[in-house]
Design a protein around this ligand. Sequence first.
Ligand code: PGA
Length: 260
Amino acid sequence: MTTRTPLMAGNWKMNLDYKEGLALVESLGEALKGVDESTVEAAVIPPFVDLRTAQTSIATNAFPLALGAQDLSEHVGTGAYTGEISGQMLAALDVTYVLVGHSERREYHREGEAVTNRKVNSAIAAGLTPILCVGEGLDERKAGKQIEYTVAQLEGGLEGLSAEDARRVVIAYEPVWAIGTGEVATPEDAQEVCGAIRETLAALYDQGVAQAVRVLYGGSVKSSNVAEIMAQPDVDGALVGGASLKAEEFAKIVRFADAA
Ligand code: PGA
């Protein structure tokens, strides 16, 4: 069990328009009433076009929910970058978290280490907390190379970051073979790589950074498997896709400690 405040973040991906998104925020907010935010933090990460309505609902109702975005531009502030959304624009919407380097961005948008690293930096420049996603595919897993592959992505994503900035980053370990497949990594698989991530942070920076940074697990997390994953010492929360689209199910994930 972690000593850091767990973070349960719901990545909606390309699902729910702003009306549907508002309905989910409202039912989730109600379901989470009374949750002690000092013991667990919950975040929703909707599509860009849902952010404003979600922000208004969270603020008006004082829901115990933080807001995240699924991506940001590598470019800072404003400029002639058609179709891009800057970190500063997200910060103006009370966005706290932003996903960077999700495997779907890496695969479908050819985002490699260099752009991922620039996005981490842009997020930090805007005062956002990047959730840097890393994790191996099935080939690397079968070859037993999950740690070296994941650690290389971690080092690439964090390159050039000061210790002070690195402390603010959240890392999400998401083995690609477990995303959206129903194929959840065993708690031991999750711990093995999350532990290696923390050791790498200690080697790159120091123990202070390694102990401060939250390392999430992601990949087919559900209310029925979250408790055993959260029981691992180096797992500090979950990045949840499919199961975050249902208020009751995601609320159960956030309240994992009640069931444990
Ligand atoms: P999943 O997605 O929970 O649907 O497997 C996780 C993610 O991609 O963040």
